[in-house]
Write a protein of this length. Structure first.
Length: 401
């Protein structure tokens, strides 16, 4: 298959031939998207975490993405997140060595959880552009100018440590209403200073971080960003602004690719996942006193959207039309012909998550011509397993072992 791409006038290569991502070469165009692995107890890199990514690497994906690596203790989603400090480097080096030995590249998703952080678990106030109540029932603290300077430097140090740990790519989290995404959201960012108001002001902090990461890593590794196309929340970040923000990132020239996503971990996570909403399974992970309350609010928090193959494709096409930089399509990709069609349209890479939880070797079976569709049924019962080792519950045993 050959087709024109947004990388220039050259034809798109065959799906399973090497392709460049900035300064690195990937063996094909399929990337394992970040899914929190639930395998870093108290923030430690475990053998289970390494095995999780080793399986994906051995299964044929060109690159596997480690999620979620916090740039600071107050940037963790909870106390079980790995923080990208000096002490994490040896364990993460073991992980990247294992991934490389299995034939794939390794990407580090880095970020600050901001208002998504569990303040009770972290024993530290959650940060946000403006004060608001967090899902844990605590009040967030609005970040100061000093916080913004500190966090920017923490991104810089975290990225440098990720390079030291052997990662081939840094993915900056600009989605799902984590801190940088929250700054982009008109709903969450009510500031009246230089960091709020107009899109140019709301974009200032995210752009500053992206530039800082590129400055510190240079051309040693690829740098990408995971960007919300839409928050899926009334009054939130939406396509008109997200396309314009993507143009700003392209003009800055600091990124090698954009991975396009959507949804809010604060208010509407199913906008990202689509398909069945696992309310009963999610409620079972909560402490008993909270379960009754979740029965009341669960249907509004975990809304149900019909699953469609490549459900973000109509949104992503608008970015393809507006940009020349490489784009990574994400969202409900389960079939080989979907990947081929997306690459034929001009998307440089396709990212997959749930399909590879169900079948870590799906990509290699596609390459061998053994199958053309994954077995994932989008029941989303993998979502609540992030607290005990992320896995497909339809596969025997724990996929993190």
């Amino acid at each position: 298959m050959t087709a024109k791409s947004n990388e220039g006038s050259a034809p798109v290569r065959t799906l399973f031939e090497p392709v460049r991502l900035g300064p690195i070469t990937l063996k094909n165009r399929i990337i394992k998207a970040a899914t929190f692995e639930g395998a870093s107890p108290k923030g430690a890199v475990s053998d289970e975490l390494i095995a999780f990514h080793q399986r994906v690497a051995a299964g044929g994906a060109a690159m596997t993405t480690v999620a979620y690596l916090a740039v600071s203790p107050d940037g963790r989603t909870d106390r079980h997140c790995v923080v990208l400090g000096d002490e994490a480097v040896p364990g993460l080096r073991r992980l990247t060595d294992a991934v490389h030995a299995a034939g794939a590249a390794a990407s580090a998703q880095i970020g600050h959880a901001g208002p998504v952080a569990n303040a009770r678990s972290n024993r530290a106030a959650s940060l946000a552009p403006s004060r608001r109540f967090s899902p844990s029932g605590t009040l967030t603290r609005a970040v100061s100018d000093d916080d913004i300077g500190r966090i920017t430097e923490e991104y810089r140090r975290g990225a440098a440590n990720a390079v030291e740990a052997g990662f081939d790519c840094i993915e900056i989290h600009l989605g799902h209403n984590y801190l940088l995404s929250a700054f982009l959201s008109p709903k969450l960012n009510r500031r009246t200073d230089q960091w709020g108001g107009s899109l140019a002001n709301r974009a200032r902090f995210p752009r500053q971080v992206v530039s800082a990461v590129r400055d510190v890593v240079g051309d040693k590794v690829a740098v990408t960003a995971k960007l919300n196309m839409a928050d899926g929340v009334a009054g939130g970040f939406w396509m008109d602004e997200s396309v314009e923000f993507a143009r700003l990132l392209e003009s800055d020239g600091a990124l090698d690719a954009l991975e396009l996503t959507g949804g809010s971990s604060l208010s509407n996570p199913m906008y990202l996942f689509r398909g069945e909403a696992p309310r009963r399974e999610f409620a079972a992970t909560l402490p008993a006193p909270l379960r009754a309350g979740f029965r009341v609010v669960g249907s509004s928090f975990l809304r149900e959207y019909p699953f469609e193959e490549a459900y973000f494709l109509p949104y992503a096409r608008q970015f393809l039309a507006a940009l020349t930089m490489p784009l990574i399509l994400l969202g409900g990709v389960n079939r080989l012909d979907t990947v081929e069609s997306a690459v034929g349209e001009g998307f440089s890479f396709v990212a997959m998550a749930r399909a590879l939880l169900r079948e870590p070797d799906l990509v290699s079976r596609w390459e061998r011509g053994v199958s053309d569709a994954g077995l994932c049924i989008h029941c989303n019962k993998c979502m609540p397993t992030i607290y005990s080792g992320t896995r497909c519950v339809l596969v025997g045993g724990n996929a993190s072992h």
